[in-house]
Every structure is written in C-alpha cells, then in structure tokens.
Design a protein around this ligand. Structure first.
Ligand code: FAD
Length: 474
C-alpha cells in the first residue's frame, strides 16, 4: 500500500494545508505525525505561553484528524530518528512537510532529508506558511527587497493562490500497533509552566477569530489598530498564523470576500491596511530566509559594534513593568500577565529598552520570545531590529519615541494604562502618562520613580549610534 507520512510542525490544521493535501494525493494512506523535538523544548527562546498554545492546538488537531478517521502519532526524540523509525514501521515511501525558514529548522530538515534519503525514503517539502517565499518576489534587477513599500507593491501585483482542499476522510484505518505518546496534560510536563490564561487555540478557534474579525471589525482597522485599549481593534490572529492553525491563504481569501461586501471608503481602507500587515509578515519571513544572519546579529552588520551601556537592573525593571514610565510599564505588565501585547506597545517598549535604557535589542527579543504566545523568530526579530534602528527597513537611529507623548497620543484618557497600573487610578487623565508632574501627587507611593530621564538617555543613545557611524564613515 502506498503510504505517505505527514510531519506537522507549524501547520497544525487539516484544512488548507499544502503538504498534507499533497500527502493525501500521493498515497492511499496518510500517517500524520508530530514529534516533540528536545532541541526546541530546551531552547532559551521557548516559553510557557507558546508551549501551552501549541499543546492545545495539538489536542484540537488530534480530534479533527480523528473525526476524519486519521490518528495523530505523537513521538518524542530527534526528528530524523523518529521519522526514519516511523517510515520503516509504516512502510512509507515519503515524508511530507511544509517548509520552515528559520535557521534551526532548515538545518534540521536537511538532516532529516539526508537520513530518510539514505534509506530510500523521499522528503518532500512544500511552500505553505507564506504566499511568496524566499526569492519569489524580487526587484527589477533580480535582488531581494530590503525596503517594505516596494516589496509590498510587487507582492500585490501577483495573484494570491486559492486555499487547498481540506484533508479527505481516511481511506484505510490507522494501524493500532503504531505507538503514540499521549499528549501531556499541561505545558509544565514539557518543562514550560504557563502562568497566563490560555489563548483560544486550535483550528476551529482560529477560524472563528478570523471570521469574527472580518465580520465588521476589519472595517475600522485603519484607525482602530493603533488604540491599545481597544481589545477588538486588531484580529489577534498572530498565534494562529504562527502555529498554522489558520493559513494566510485562507485569511486572504476570506478577507477578499469580506472586502467585496464593504460599502464605505473607511471600511475598504481597513481591509487594505489589514492586508498590508499580512504582507509585513511575509516581508520579515523573506528577510530571515534571505539574510539568516539577522537571527544572530544586526541586519546592518556595522551595528553589531554598538556599545550598549544599559544596566542590568534597568533590564530587570523593564521586564517587571517598573520603569516609572506608565505606557511602558502597563504594556510589560500586560505581556507578563497575558502573553500578549498590542503592536503599538511592542514598538514603544522595544524602542524604550534599546534607546532609553540602552540595553541590546537581543535581550528584549529573547524576553519577548519567552513571554509572547505568538513569538515568531522572523516577525519578532524584524520588529526588534526595526525599533532598534539596526534592521532592513528600520526606523532611523535618530527617531526615538518619547514614551510620554506616545502614551498621550495612543491612550489619551489612560484607559489602557489604568487597566494595568492600579497605582495610577486616581491620577487625572492630563497627568496619567507623566504622573510625576501631577501637582496633586495622586499617584500611589508604590509606583516607582522614573529609572532614567528620557531627555538625557536620548542624547546618550545618539552618541552611541554616532560612535559606530563615525567609525564606519571614517
Ligand atoms: C518589537 C516587536 C516584536 C514583535 N514580535 C512579534 C512576534 O513575535 N510574532 C508576531 O506574529 N508578530 C510580532 N510583531 C508584529 C505585531 O506586533 C504582531 O503581529 C501583532 O501585534 C499581532 O496582533 P494581531 O494578530 O491582532 O495583528 P493584526 O494587526 O490583526 O495583523 C494581522 C497579522 O499580520 C501580521 N502582522 C501584523 N503586524 C506585523 C508586523 N509588524 N510584522 C510582522 N507581521 C505582522 C501578524 O501575523 C498578525 O496576526 C512584533 C512587533 C514588534 C514591534
């Protein structure tokens, strides 16, 4: 019997899944497998919120597969060993997977392909997590884009492929003798206790989140996306796109349908801006794929020489939400308590860590990976390097957000800030982002004083960047 293994990684769904669909076409029997890879579980970039989301998504995947007569085989070990073993047990002639562009994943997949190849089993990898990968969207002279706007123009000039068909019901029952580990009861059992509430996980929850967003909220996205206190202002789809419980093709197809029924200019604009954000995701995926050094250092290599002079205790205060700057502290407390942070706040806290506290972007990048439910190397790295001014399409080094005016602009009544900082409950709106100026001194004494002065740190930051630029230009 022709058998193909489908190896699930960041594509935890049965609908619109390229490699899974191809496996179904290629063989009479599809053997779905998930492998707990110790190398990933031990990585310092992995944290509880993400592992918990992954685990719940696997539970949902296992039950969706079961409803179709398939059984998810779960194993633990080095992927090459697990897959070679399973191929021998099942008599599979091929292992299918969707491509992952992270440096570790590429190296792992090369090892897996070699190990399978040596035993006459094919490894077939497919494009799936992005619409256009690596070197598909190129400049007129055949180079890869490093600036977003022209990239997005070229991206938009191409027709987006349609979603793939859903996995068909199994034609042959799974063999009971193929061993499978039960899914752990919690992320703690995998060494990553999750101390935040569970983000709705799995394919059904992802599609529901997508549909609810597209049923109206997307129409105010053009303006609402920059208001951190508006819980419905953005889609909250990032963990689903990260783990592939929703695919970007499906998201774009449903966006297209929603857009067709929008009647207002504002609504159409909302749809267009949301599409742009999905293109940012693709942009950073191709930056990582084409410039893998960004995973370890600055995109602009000269900035690896920046002499970050921030103090360890400043980093600790930033992590804990105790810098004395309300918008920064509220954002960090929100992240620590929920595994989530609004995009505007990510930019503010990232810029504050790097340009006010003068702590290297890599420290913040890693903290985000440990705490975020949607932590994704490409998008996170892109966001941090953008904020630090070291990246492809970065904010120039001299653009430094003022945390007070950012707070006043995007949270004018302090609704978001007060939600996370009860110490500021009695401070009038006018002073909520600079409570030290409140003549009534209504901020609770437990709220920390500012650990640095923004104006002074700004000057230091400019000197730090100029020292490197001077060395390069000299
Ligand atoms: C410092 C920093 C770190 C970040 N870390 C991550 C991360 O680890 N994982 C992650 O998915 N996003 C990251 N982002 C991008 C962005 O903040 C989140 O994707 C977004 O807040 C997720 O919320 P949403 O799903 O409601 O997004 P929406 O506003 O509804 O956008 C839809 C989707 O587009 C994608 N997207 C939106 N903005 C961006 C962006 N700037 N870059 C890349 N993709 C984008 C996401 O997949 C998102 O789900 C980071 C941004 C910054 C500034």
């Amino acid at each position: 019997m022709k058998t193909a293994i489908h190896w699930f990684r960041r594509d935890l769904r049965v609908s619109d899944n390229t490699a899974l669909h191809e496996a179904d076409l290629a063989g009479e029997r599809v053997v779905p497998v998930f492998c707990w890879d110790e190398a990933i579980l031990r990585s310092p970039d992995v944290g509880g919120p993400r592992v918990a989301f992954l685990l719940e998504s696997l539970r949902s995947l296992a039950s969706n597969l079961e409803a179709l007569g398939h059984r998810l085989i779960v194993r633990r070990g080095r992927p090459e060993d697990v897959l070679v073993g399973l191929a021998a047990e099942t008599g599979a002639g091929a292992v299918h997977a969707n491509r992952d562009y992270e440096p570790y994943a590429r190296e792992r997949d090369a090892r897996v392909a070699a190990a399978l190849g040596a035993r006459g089993v094919a490894f077939r990898a497919f494009k799936d997590s992005v619409i256009w990968e690596e070197r598909e969207v190129l400049t007129g002279s055949g180079g890869v884009y490093t600036v977003f706007t022209p990239y997005s123009r070229s991206w938009r000039a191409r027709a987006v492929p349609a979603p793939r068909p859903r996995l068909a019901p199994a034609r042959v029952p799974s063999v009971a003798g193929w061993a499978s580990e039960p899914l752990p009861a919690s992320a703690s059992e995998l060494g990553h206790p999750c101390d935040v509430g569970l983000f709705p996980a799995g394919e059904r929850a992802g599609l529901k989140a997508l549909d609810e967003f597209l049923r109206g909220r997307v129409e105010r996205y053009g303006t609402g996306r920059d208001t951190p206190s508006d819980d419905g202002g953005t889609s909250r789809l990032s963990p689903h796109l990260r783990f592939g419980t929703v695919n970007v093709r499906t998201a774009l197809e449903r966006l297209g349908r929603a857009r067709a029924s929008v009647t207002t200019e504002v609504g159409r604009r909302g749809c267009e801006v949301w599409e742009t954000e999905l293109i940012w995701r693709e942009f950073y995926a191709q930056v990582l794929a084409n410039h893998p050094h960004v995973a370890r250092g600055a995109f602009r290599r000269e900035y690896d020489a920046l002499a970050w002079e921030g103090r360890e205790e400043w980093f600790g205060a930033w992590c804990a939400g105790a810098t004395g700057y309300p918008i920064v502290d509220a954002a960090m407390r929100c992240l620590n308590a929920t595994g989530w942070m609004h995009n505007r706040l990510r930019m503010i806290v990232a810029m504050f860590l790097t340009k006010d506290l003068l702590v290297s972007w890599q420290r913040g990048e890693q903290y985000f990976m440990q705490r975020l439910v949607d932590g994704d190397l490409a998008a996170n790295n892109g966001g941090w390097q953008w904020s630090a001014g070291t990246g492809t399409d970065a904010a120039p080094y001299f653009r430094i957000f003022n945390p007070v005016s950012q707070g006043e602009k995007f949270d004018p009544q302090g609704v978001f800030v007060r939600r996370w900082l009860p110490e500021l409950a009695d401070v009038p709106d006018r002073f909520v982002h600079r409570p030290w100026d409140d003549p009534g001194r209504r901020m609770a004494r437990s709220y920390p004083a500012r650990i640095v002065d923004h104006g002074e740190q700004r000057e230091r930051c400019l000197r730090m960047f100029k020292a490197v630029r001077g060395a390069v230009e000299a």
